[in-house]
Design a protein around this ligand. Structure first.
Ligand code: BGC
Length: 722
């Protein structure tokens, strides 16, 4: 019926169907029932990558290999580039870099003969203890959506399919197959679904992956609301909805009728032995179609979506080929650039008794430097799980012993962190040839403190490993009681001990999410480097020494303590995860409650200063606003500022105090002033009308503020009416 309706639609005088539509429909008529079934499920676990749908050579349909590509391609031995984590990409606030990130992943997937890259995750950071926060792009739907769209489109220009994931409300790993996100319609639409809406409409992904968790009582891969109503009907999504990997589907009919188009990893015999789980889109789906429980045209629709996507993105005309070498130099250059642009200078005070901020380092004044902790002599850390990218030469510079665990779906991934051999210590040595650099591993805080007292400067490295499958118990730096595998000593005690003996102490953080910092007052300078990727050590040294002026801004709020978060703990027993905070997610929560964060959303310092002035607003497009203002670099060196626009809606809208509606990253020479124009489209001012089930712009007065963070005291503001 559905296919008939689609076909009828083509002859009724509408726009001519695009060639991929016509070609997909023609090809569909040539497929047998078995071939159609073959195209809607994977074959189970495969030796290389995450999944496979075998092609149909007689019809020119290529083999479709699926590989994770959240921060680069997760394929051992491929030499693919480990990029900085997506949370770092988000910290650049730079859509051009998101495009470059996506393009590189597309090029490398192509070179490796892989058809589908399983990356961009855009689940919002509702819960910063979520172990997968590093794989996503922060807590704001517009920031995450816009960057994901640019990244996705760029990957697909290289003629590989990009997957956006995980639809939706996949915000914790605790009981990840059975937790139930309980969330109201308006909150869904204005927050997480808005990120997906932007990414889907502007990025046009070939695939959208539904999630493991339940949403309002239904598995998200079996949710007619999420898949059929929102994604396919409201947003007109023409691509494939694929399942997450195991335990995402529980029932053939429910999933097929809700709109799921493909099951992964699937199996050849309805059972994945290694996981001990059933699969539903092979013989079970065939039987359901044969006896009419799933209409034949639903199966045709699944296949049509796949074929249309393959034609549109170019895989039918240019199938994935044999493996080619990767352009490692180009990849590493981009990884280096993104890492430096992602770094967020959280704090940069003058050390006690001084008047100049501690950073950037002044090489001439440094004869002896202590570098301590976090394997800074060996490399930089990365996140775990499916988003992990193996070290390019297969050599992890930090030895680690995997702990004993019970096998099963909950123990799929390594518990040892992966490091890339880009040692900050070596990069610092290269850049500080005249100084004596001493390294201590941090296990002995007293010895480190002694060494610090004798040095001109101490640089403490601290890290936090996070991974799919495991949430953090707290946002404190991990140590021997919380992550003995990767962090066998007390990192907080080390920081305090060193800083107590040397006021010139810099802290460099490599973490995948927000951190609490009870030790912050003791340390004058803190640089957040995230998981900085394969050239992370060099990038850290560049920023510490001022070869690159930091310009990253936080894509998520850093709270003072977990008790300031909407949910005090992630329950290990309650299956219902109730979004009681409603619209007040992330900075919206801190603003609504009048809570002072440790570092607000959008925060990030520079080695120069910026001043905003002369803000004015004019009408733009249909109901949008054009803002103009002058941004001046008032300091003594070149730098880039992310000018951020926040809107406060009329009180009648019932919204949190402010929302991000636009931004621009502006590079200015020392002393330069420039007029900046930021256009805010009408839809950024809209709220979701739960009565009419559509977006609406409330009438009344809107305050627009432009500044360097969500809490910038120097922000300019203006008011417009709608
Ligand atoms: C993850 C997905 C990933 C898939 C394939 C799942 O466990 O949730 O994000 O793409 O595995 O590796």
């Amino acid at each position: 019926m559905l296919l008939a309706a689609l076909l009828a639609g083509c002859t009724s005088g509408g726009p001519p169907p695009d060639p991929s539509e016509r070609r997909a429909r023609e090809l569909l008529t040539q497929l047998s029932l078995d071939e159609k079934i073959q195209l809607v499920h994977g074959v189970g676990e495969v030796p290389e990558g995450a999944g496979l749908i075998p092609g149909i050579p007689r019809l020119g349909i290529p083999d479709l290999r699926y590989v994770d590509s959240a921060s680069g391609i997760n394929l051992a031995g491929s030499g693919a580039t480990p990029l900085p984590a997506p949370i770092a990409l988000a910290a650049t606030w730079d859509a051009d870099l998101a495009e470059a990130y996506g393009r590189l992943i597309g090029q490398e997937l192509r070179a490796l003969g892989i058809a589908v890259g399983l990356g961009t995750g855009i689940n919002l950071a509702r819960e910063p203890r979520n172990g997968r926060t590093f794989e996503y792009m922060g807590e704001d739907p517009v920031l995450a959506g816009v960057l994901a769209a640019r990244r996705t489109a760029a990957t697909q220009q290289e003629q590989v399919v990009a997957t956006i994931k995980h639809l939706g409300f996949n915000h914790q790993e605790t009981r990840r197959f059975s937790s139930n996100s309980v969330v109201d319609e308006r909150t869904m639409r204005e927050l997480e679904l808005l990120a997906f809406e932007i990414a889907v409409k502007e990025g046009r992904p070939g695939n959208v992956m539904c999630a493991y968790n339940l949403v309002n009582g239904l598995k998200s891969c079996e949710s007619p609301y999420l898949i059929e109503t929102v994604l396919k009907q409201d947003w007109g999504y023409p691509g494939v909805v694929q399942s997450d990997w195991v335990l995402a589907v529980t029932d053939t009919e429910r999933a097929a009728l809700a709109g799921l188009d493909e099951e992964q990893p699937g199996s050849l015999n309805d059972f994945v032995g290694s996981y001990g789980v059933q699969t539903f889109f092979n013989q079970r789906l065939k039987a359901a179609v044969q006896d009419g429980r799933v209409p034949a045209d639903r199966l045709d629709d699944m296949v049509l979506r796949k074929l249309r996507t393959l034609y549109r993105i170019g895989l039918m005309d240019r199938p994935p080929g044999p493996r080619q070498p990767i352009d490692r130099e180009a990849g590493h250059r981009l990884a280096h650039q993104i890492a430096t642009e992602a770094m967020v200078l959280l704090k940069n005070d003058a050390p006690a008794a001084g008047s100049t901020p501690l950073l950037p380092l002044q090489p001439a004044a440094l004869r002896s430097v202590l570098v301590v902790g976090a394997h800074a002599d060996a490399g930089v850390i990365s996140g775990g799980g499916s988003a992990r990218v193996p070290p390019p030469d297969g050599i992890d510079p930090v030895p680690c012993t995997e702990p004993e665990r019970q096998p099963g779906p909950e123990a799929l991934f390594r518990a040892c962190a992966t490091y890339y051999p880009s040692a900050p210590l070596h990069a610092l040595r290269e850049r500080l040839p005249q100084a004596q650099l001493r390294y201590l591993d941090g296990r002995n805080a007293a010895a480190a403190a002694e060494a610090a007292a004798a040095a001109d400067l101490a640089i403490v490295f601290a890290s936090q490993w996070t991974s799919e499958q495991v949430d953090l118990a707290s946002l404190a730096l991990p140590g021997p009681t919380t992550d003995p595998t990767n962090h066998p000593y007390d990192q907080e005690a080390l920081i305090r001990a060193v800083a107590a003996r040397n006021p010139r102490t810099v802290l460099v953080l490599q973490t995948g999410t927000a951190l609490t910092m009870p030790w912050l007052d003791a340390v004058p300078a803190v640089l957040q480097a995230w998981y900085p990727g394969v050239k992370g050590g060099e990038a850290i040294a560049d920023v510490l020494l001022g070869a690159v002026n930091p310009s990253g801004k936080l894509p998520l709020t850093f709270p003072r303590g977990e008790s300031d978060l909407p949910q005090p703990v992630i329950s290990s027993t309650e299956l219902d995860v109730v979004y009681r905070e409603g619209l007040a997610m992330g900075y919206r929560w801190f603003d609504s409650r009048g809570l002072t964060p440790l570092f607000p959303f959008g925060h990030g310092l520079s080695y120069t200063q910026f001043a905003y002035s002369g803000l004015s607003a004019a009408a733009y497009g249909r109901g949008g606003v054009e803002l103009r203002f002058t941004l001046a670099n008032t300091g003594a060196r070149e730098g880039a500022e992310v000018a951020q626009v926040y809107a406060s809606l009329p009180a009648s809208a019932g919204e949190p105090p402010q929302r991000l509606v636009g931004w621009q990253k502006v590079k200015l020479a020392a002393g330069e002033r420039r007029e900046v124009v930021i256009r805010i489209p009408r839809e950024r001012l809209a709220i979701w009308d739960t009565g009419a089930h559509r977006w609406r712009v409330p009438s009344g007065s809107y305050t627009l503020r432009v500044g360097g963070s969500s809490r910038d005291a120097g922000a300019q503001s203006t008011t417009v009416r709608r």
